[in-house]
Write a new protein. Sequence first.
Length: 251
Amino acid sequence: MQLTAILESLLIASQEPLSSEEMARLVRARVAEAEDVLLRETEEGSTPTPLPEWLTSLAQTTSEQVTESITSLNKHYQESERAFLILERPKGWKIYTRPDYGDFVRHLFPGRKPERLSGPAMETLAIIAYRQPITKAAIEAVRGVSCDGMIQKLLDRDLIRIGGRADLPGRPLLYLTTDLFFEHFGINSIDDLPNASELRRIKLPEPSTENTTGDSEVQMQLSESGTPAAAAANGSDETSVTESTISTESP
């Protein structure tokens, strides 16, 4: 067996993304298991069957070797015009269908319609993405309007999360993007955003006062509505963002 085929089997079988380190650990664990069986057979006095060379060669598998093997797999997929590829996301590697086949795959879910975020929601999400962790007052200082509704909408769709409190008067909430945000937009970190380093250095307008009332309201609404799944249970007809298209529309 080749390492590429073993990694492919792990990615197909796993419901969650797998990091390079985790896949390397799983490969080494299989070799260690086989070596333990061999040792027990030797201690019991039976004639053990030597481990195959291909298996012993995997005993020192590293995360770098895993990454190289995945690169080789993707090259093979591209050359053979396969409909899928392996992409790395914040939680690890996962097999995805190519965007070219999206129109066909979409017919698997005829009842699901693409979700859209309004322009103001997209603006709010962009500010949080580039300047996280950030308070609501700082977001409003940039946009010049109240952002309570936009923040709640992004929380409901699991695109942002509360990441603690700022060391400021009133201890306002801090907002961060979620793993779902990175997965949906196909990036692994904030540094992958367009002009990330430049835009993160720009000085933002200073909020005149740190309004914590809005944060309390958002926190109360979040506890009532909970996750996007809870929102759906309360009568929302929204589908998962990972299976939809985020774009802008008039508010």
